[in-house]
Every structure is written in structure tokens, then in C-alpha cells.
Design a protein around this ligand. Structure first.
Ligand code: SF4
Length: 607
């Protein structure tokens, strides 16, 4: 087995040896490694060795988003190992790729095209042998070229070709849902997990069990689905429409997720099955409309497809129905796992697992909440010589002049934070100032107090690339966002390998909002209130480190981090963060001086 790089970095081979010696049917590995260490290569190399030794048959490597597939693909290519790639069917499909269609409508239409035998890409799979498929994949460089090679060169469906390959290859790289979402998991059910090692990249996401396993649908979509059902099947599905109308009457609570209960609405297996039949029938009628050019039906959107997929998740054992509303007043329904041991059950199906991150979930979470029934072996790359740049290349200050603690916060609190943020921003001469809030409520309350300044942006769902383009044009900017969201988990604004995010202010401590869903997690600890508060601290620490990690991606990056809440004096939170605090102050002026000094040291020479 060849290591992915010609010259492994210090500690990589040693860590791989440790993984190989500890991994077995009774244990899982939790691998903590800072960004830039090369943990992907270590995990892949270890699995390759275990396959060579006949201990397991294959590895499944799961990543959160499709863009995170590409570094894994690059390492696999240099190892000369057989692999396949699986991500969203809609994006892999050569017919759907350029069409504006949701994944839900896509799946119903794809299903009908296959049943009717009118998808030429699918039909060609019959004439393909696995070796020809593997041979064609030699030239791929990323997930897009993976699909293109199969569809454009061989004329076959990339999605189903990849599924055909899964039992033949050594490593299958895929996105989270193929392992963590029950409905989608069925697609890869032919794999024998007992001879497979599961690798979970960015495993800190597992602490957000609802986000990893759950599903959501907006009230607007449900409303449209009811109208569709009445239009296509007038007067036929009265009981289905009655249940859906009951759902539409549900009012959200003031904060976070409010429990509704699927039984109280009347969602049963029969109702879910009826809605699935309705969605299939609608897809069938649309495909029929395009007789002779059936592929053109791929692009027709219908809301019943969303509803059918949502309900297929909701009716599973261990899932319940919740409602929430966002700041724009948009109401959403959620199917969330209330049996938090589902993650542990999934991990337990595999021969073993490697859970990797720069901020790994704790043993307490894995054993007490997720109920992982294995010996949890914690390995840290820092122990074998990796440098934690987050710690080494950051200047951390704690601002104690305010707190976002619920019972103490008021308009004055928001004013102090607005003043702090404005003063920091005034001193920044280039790059991005990332301001991270514990909730939308705090973000909007603070940002509405800003005076008129250039380059201030408040997150509102734009694609991440939007911000890179803006900073290129503006030179400096401030991005306001909420902890644990898309931006703090995924934004990378880089120029010549250097992160342009230079200053990060964490406003308050981003504990999860206390709502009906968090209350269910609290109850899963039994009487262990201390363990529940440990869990809240763990979630908050992971969110903070993820946000700070946006600024320090490699040894080239230096950043100023301002933890803005007096509760950061709590040693427990600080020890979890493993950051080195250089200054504690309640003076905004003092913080301003630090920003100025940081400018002089790191930004002015480069500007
Ligand atoms: S079977 Fe056809 S429609 Fe379905 S994903 Fe494959 S190419 Fe697309």
C-alpha cells in the first residue's frame, strides 16, 4: 500500500500505526487532528493496510458536502487504489445536471424514466462490465469529472454505475446522507458493514444529530402539495388532504423547535404511503406528457415529491414532528430524530469507525448521548508532532464588558456589542472581519444599531463564493453571521494560499438554543444535569472553534480572535478551546489598541 504523498509529513505514519493497532470490532477511533495535518491521507492509508492484511474488505469515507469529496479523491488517486464516488443523484445525473429541479422531484422523475425504460444512460449499464467502468475512472480528478467520464465517455448513468461499483472497490467516498439518513441509506444496503470501516470526516457534525439525520419542509411547500393533490385527484384523497390541512393549522412557538407530534396530526404509514403513490402518479403523468422526449420531464417541479420524501423520514421509528419559524416569518416543519442512539446504532453496524475532525466529539457525547457501544480510543495528531496552528498562530483576547446571557441581555447589551464591533472594524485595514453571533435574534438586535459604514454584510443565504468576490472588490469587509451555520462551517476566503479572514469576534457563547428538541436531548441524560451542561459546552466550543478555524487554515495564517462575553472566564470553556488567551479586558479602547497592533504586525507589510 502506497502512502498518498511521496514524503509523509511528520507523525503521519506513526499515527497510522496507532490506528491500525487500536482498531478492531470492539473499538472505534476518534482522531483529533488540526487543519493541514493530512488526516485524510492517514485514514485512507490505514484502511488500505487493513484491506491488504485481509482484516476488512473496504472502507466507506463520508464527507459533509460534495466539495469535500475532492481532496479525498486526490489522495486516493495517488494511492493507486480502487474507489468510487457517490453524491447527490440530481447532480450526478447527466439529464438533470443543467436543469432547475429539486432533488425530491428529480428522484420521482428518474424513477419513472427507469421504470418506463426511457433513460438511455440507465439502459447502457446492462452492457457495461465493472472493469470497463473502473478503467474509465483512471483519469478523474474530482467529483465532477467522475460523473462526466461515466456519462460523456461511456454514456452510462454515473449514479447507478457508482452503486454497481461499491462492492468491487476498496474505498467508496460519499456524502453523509448515504450513511446517516435512513431513507437514503437503503441505496447502499448491499454493502456488508461488518467487513467495512466507516470514516466520518468533520465528525464534530455528529453532535448536531438533528442536522445530520433530520429533514425539513416549509409550510409553503405543504400548502402547494395540498393544491396539487386537489388538482390532480379532485375529491379522491380526502383523508390525506384532511391530515395535511391539520398540519397547516399548526402555529410555531416563539423560539426554536416546538414539538408537535406526528400522531397528533394523524401521520401514519398509510398516509405516507398514499402520498408516495400520489407523487409517483404525478411524476408519471408529467413524463407521459413528454412522450417521445421523456427526458424533458426532468425539470418539472412538484411539491408532493418534497412532501413524500419528508414523510418517508418522519414515519420512521425514533423520529418526531417539530415546527419552527425563522426571522422572516417562514414556517418550517421538521422530522427530527428523538432517539439519539440512532447515530450509535449506525456506527455500531460497521466493523469499526474512524471519526475525524480538528474538534472531535467527546467520549461523553459518543457514549452517553449517541450510545456508541464500543471502546472509544482517542488519538491526537498533536501527540505525534502535528502543530496546532489554531493555537500557535492566534492572538486571543477576552472582552468582558458584556454578556449575551438571556436574563442579562437588553438594549444596552446590544449597544455595547455594536460599539465594540464598530471600533474593531474601524481599525481593520484589509481582509475580512468575521463577527459570529449565538443566534439570529442577537445578530439582528446588534447589527440594527450599527452606524452607516462601508462593507458591512449580514448573512442572508447567499452562496459562499459571493463573499470572496466582494472582498476582492472592496479590500476589506465585515461579515455578520450565526454560529453553527453554513458560513461558519464552510466559508474559505483565500488568496495565494492565505486566509483573508483576519479578525474573528465571537459575540456571546453560542450554546444551542433551549427549545423542545434540546429538551429531549436533556432528558436523554436522565438525571445527569451536569452531563447535559457539559454537552451544551461541547456544542458551543465546537461552534467557536469552527468559526475561528475559518481564519487559520494553514501555517501561513495569523488571526486575532476576540471572545466577547464575560463567561469566557469560565475555565471549563477555555480548556475545551485549547486557545492561548493573551489579554482579558472590559475596555473597548484596549481592544481597539490590540487590533491596531495586530494591523502593524501582520497586515500593514502585506497590504
Ligand atoms: S437513471 Fe437516468 S435519470 Fe436517473 S440518475 Fe441515471 S441518468 Fe439520471
Amino acid at each position: 500500500m502506497r502512502f498518498p504523498y511521496e514524503k509523509p509529513r511528520p507523525g503521519q505514519i506513526e499515527l497510522s500505526r496507532k490506528i491500525i493497532s487500536h482498531i478492531n470490532r470492539d473499538s472505534i477511533i476518534v482522531l483529533n487532528a488540526p487543519t493541514g495535518f493530512g488526516k485524510t491521507a492517514v485514514a485512507l492509508y490505514s484502511i488500505g493496510k487493513l484491506i491488504d492484511e485481509g482484516i476488512v474488505d473496504r472502507g466507506i469515507y463520508v464527507v459533509r458536502t460534495r466539495n469535500e469529496l475532492d481532496p479525498v479523491i486526490r489522495d486516493l488517486r495517488s494511492m493507486d487504489i480502487r474507489f468510487t464516488v457517490l453524491y447527490s443523484g440530481r447532480r450526478m445525473c447527466p439529464i438533470a445536471i443543467d436543469r432547475n429541479i429539486s432533488p425530491e422531484s428529480f428522484w420521482f422523475t428518474c424513477n419513472i424514466l427507469r421504470i418506463k425504460g426511457v433513460c438511455s444512460y440507465y439502459k447502457r449499464l446492462n452492457q457495461m462490465n465493472l472493469n470497463a467502468l473502473l478503467e474509465a475512472l483512471h483519469s478523474i480528478s474530482d467529483h465532477i469529472s467522475f460523473s462526466r467520464v461515466l456519462s460523456d465517455k461511456l454514456g452510462v448513468c454515473p449514479y447507478f454505475a457508482s452503486i454497481m461499483l461499491i462492492n468491487t472497490v476498496d474505498i467508496a467516498v460519499m456524502t453523509y446522507p448515504y450513511v446517516f439518513k435512513e431513507r437514503i441509506r437503503r441505496i447502499v444496503e448491499d454493502i456488508d458493514p461488518t467487513t467495512t470501516i466507516l470514516v466520518v470526516d468533520e465528525a464534530h457534525n455528529l453532535v448536531n444529530i438533528g442536522g445530520v439525520m433530520g429533514d425539513s419542509i416549509s409550510r409553503d411547500i405543504v400548502d402547494k402539495a395540498v393544491r396539487e393533490i386537489n388538482r390532480f385527484f379532485p375529491g379522491i384523497y380526502r383523508d390525506v388532504v384532511e391530515v395535511l390541512n391539520r398540519l397547516l393549522q399548526v402555529k410555531p412557538g416563539d423560539r426554536g423547535y416546538k414539538f408537535i407530534g406526528k400522531e397528533s396530526i394523524g401521520f401514519t404509514n398509510d398516509i405516507a404511503r398514499d402520498i408516495n403513490v400520489i407523487a409517483s402518479e404525478i411524476a408519471f403523468r408529467y413524463v407521459e406528457m413528454y412522450r417521445g422526449v421523456e427526458e424533458n420531464a426532468m425539470g418539472i417541479e412538484f411539491s408532493t415529491a418534497h412532501l413524500a420524501k419528508f414523510l418517508s423520514m418522519l414515519i420512521q421509528d425514533g423520529f418526531e414532528l417539530f415546527v419552527s419559524t425563522d426571522y422572516g416569518g417562514r414556517v418550517e416543519f421538521h422530522a427530527l430524530p428523538i432517539d439519539l442512539s440512532l447515530i450509535g446504532k449506525i456506527i455500531g453496524e460497521f466493523y469499526s469507525a474512524i471519526l475525524m475532525s480538528g474538534t472531535t466529539p467527546s467520549k461523553t457525547f459518543l457514549v452517553d448521548v449517541a450510545k456508541v457501544n464500543r471502546n472509544v480510543v482517542e488519538l491526537d495528531a498533536v501527540d505525534v508532532g502535528a502543530i496546532d496552528y489554531l493555537r500557535e498562530n492566534s492572538y486571543v483576547a477576552i472582552f468582558t464588558g458584556a454578556t449575551t446571557m438571556y436574563r442579562y441581555r437588553d438594549e444596552d447589551t446590544y449597544r455595547v456589542y455594536a460599539l465594540l464591533i464598530e471600533n474593531i472594524y474601524r481599525e481593520i485595514i484589509r481582509g475580512v472581519f468575521l463577527v459570529v453571533y449565538p443566534s439570529y435574534e442577537v445578530m439582528y438586535s446588534v447589527t440594527k444599531m450599527f452606524s452607516d459604514m462601508d462593507g458591512i454584510y449580514i448573512e442572508s443565504g447567499e452562496p459562499l463564493s459571493h463573499y470572496s468576490n466582494l472582498v476582492e472588490r472592496l479590500g476589506r469587509m465585515m461579515i455578520n453571521t450565526v454560529a453553527g451555520g453554513r458560513l461558519t462551517e464552510g466559508i474559505e476566503i483565500v488568496e495565494n494560499g492565505e486566509s483573508l479572514i483576519k479578525v474573528v469576534a465571537i459575540i456571546g457563547i453560542p450554546y444551542p438554543q433551549i427549545d423542545d428538541y434540546i429538551d429531549i436531548i436533556r432528558k436523554s441524560f436522565g438525571d445527569g444535569d451536569t452531563r447535559f451542561s457539559e454537552y451544551l459546552k461541547e456544542v458551543a466550543s465546537i461552534r467557536i472553534l469552527q468559526a475561528v478555524g475559518r481564519a487559520i487554515r494553514s501555517d501561513k495564517d495569523y488571526a486575532l480572535i476576540i471572545l466577547s462575553d464575560r463567561r469566557y472566564l469560565d475555565r471549563d470553556i477555555l480548556s475545551r478551546l485549547r486557545l492561548r488567551v493573551r489579554l482579558v479586558t472590559q475596555s473597548i479602547e484596549r481592544i481597539r489598541e490590540i487590533v491596531r497592533a495586530f494591523n502593524n504586525q501582520y497586515l500593514s507589510q502585506a497590504s
